[in-house]
Design a protein around this ligand. Sequence first.
Ligand SMILES: NC(=O)c1ccc[n+]([C@@H]2O[C@H](COP(=O)([O-])OP(=O)(O)OC[C@H]3O[C@@H](n4cnc5c(N)ncnc54)[C@H](OP(=O)(O)O)[C@@H]3O)[C@@H](O)[C@H]2O)c1
Length: 250
Amino acid sequence: MRIGLIGYGRMGQAIERVATARGHEIVGALHRDASTIEREAVAQQADALIDFSHADAVPEHVNLALRAGKSLVIGTTGWDALRPDIERQVRAAQGSVLYAPNFSIAVQVFLRHAVNLAAQLLQLDGWDVAIEEIHHRGKADAPSGTARALATRLQQTLSLPREAAYPVPTDNRLPANQFAVGVLRLGSEFGTHRLLLDGPYDWVEITHRAKSRDGFAYGAVRAAEWLIGRTGFFSFQEVLNEILAHKEEH
Ligand SMILES: NC(=O)c1ccc[n+]([C@@H]2O[C@H](COP(=O)([O-])OP(=O)(O)OC[C@H]3O[C@@H](n4cnc5c(N)ncnc54)[C@H](OP(=O)(O)O)[C@@H]3O)[C@@H](O)[C@H]2O)c1
């Protein structure tokens, strides 16, 4: 597969490493200041584009992929408010786009288990829930897309009568109809997510901690391989189910 990278920062470089090791070719890497001509040229040469850039540029990159008729994998986070409009645009144009706020296979399994764990304990009296995420100082958005995704799943799956507090109020009182989503920015931390459950007699927590960026890159490359030839707006779930069903090494 010929891959065009959009964004050549920490993740763009990890994608290049992982994709090359899987036998793919990188046909170009677009930086923030890439001209329209450069962008169109990379899109034309690529079978798939992989975007790990900045939230503000995602609509432009979707348009680029739709114009070129190429598959686009989006790992960039922080544009959730635009997602419904972009999904509609992609479907109307019969485009080929897949987005995940977290391409780590282990994180996706963690999310499933975290929601199940919360579902069982929060049906008991006296239990409370919170989410915590830790990332490197350079991360542009907060809370992380993964923390938001976990919060949304808790609300939707459990019909929690509480909403995520972004940010947690500073007057030391968390209203009863909210649960905390804590954010820490620390050094070069690749990404830690934690679900915390507090009960009358017990404390339960489940943590995922990334050891490098390669797990995210691997998932994004697998998503691009899966996406080629498909039309629609997809999440990582379909790819994940296929990977887990085949019990592949990753
Ligand atoms: N889905 C996942 O699994 C996952 C995992 C990790 C990170 N992420 C997300 O991926 C994004 C990138 O993370 P990162 O750690 O790689 O950040 P990074 O190191 O800051 O790299 C982002 C790169 O994108 C470039 N860029 C900005 N606007 C652009 C544009 N319009 N066209 C092309 N390139 C542009 C930046 O250029 P400049 O250097 O000129 O600013 C920078 O080189 C963030 O949104 C992050 O939250 C997602």
